[in-house]
Design a protein around this ligand. Structure first.
Ligand code: FES
Length: 123
């Protein structure tokens, strides 16, 4: 049985939490570009949420008014909602969101993006 090897490459977004707070208004979706991918980041009460900037419903940009509320990412266009921990659409009406890992450490705040060129391994 073959599985795709999952390798994560980390990209530093902010050198400190203070820098993140300066640039990310609480609970509002902000567009960032990392490794040629347009992403949406939201700073919320419990940390950070990052997903693709294109809404899974109709591909509209989440940074045009998207926000987090009560543990959910809400698209401003048709108000579909996704759980910010799992990326699951809460009413099972639409595709789930990809949730990117975030690391907060002494270097700052980094996002993990899966390397596309990873090899395969078998058990
Ligand atoms: S485009 Fe986001 S809910 Fe429709």
């Amino acid at each position: 049985m073959f599985f795709r090897k999952k390798e994560i490459k980390w990209f530093l977004l902010f050198s400190s939490e203070e820098k993140a707070e300066e640039n990310l208004p609480l609970n509002k979706a902000v567009l960032i570009e990392v490794d040629n991918i347009q992403l949406c980041i939201v700073r919320h009460e419990e940390g950070y949420f990052v997903t693709n900037n294109k809404c899974p419903h109709q591909g509209l940009p989440l940074n045009r008014g998207g926000f987090c509320e009560n543990g959910k990412m809400i698209c401003p266009f048709h108000r579909y909602e996704w759980d910010i921990k799992t990326g699951r659409e809460t009413r099972k009406q639409e595709n789930n969101m990809e949730v990117y890992p975030i690391k907060v450490d002494k270097n700052g705040i980094s996002i993990g993006i899966e390397k596309k060129s990873g090899g395969f391994f078998s058990l």
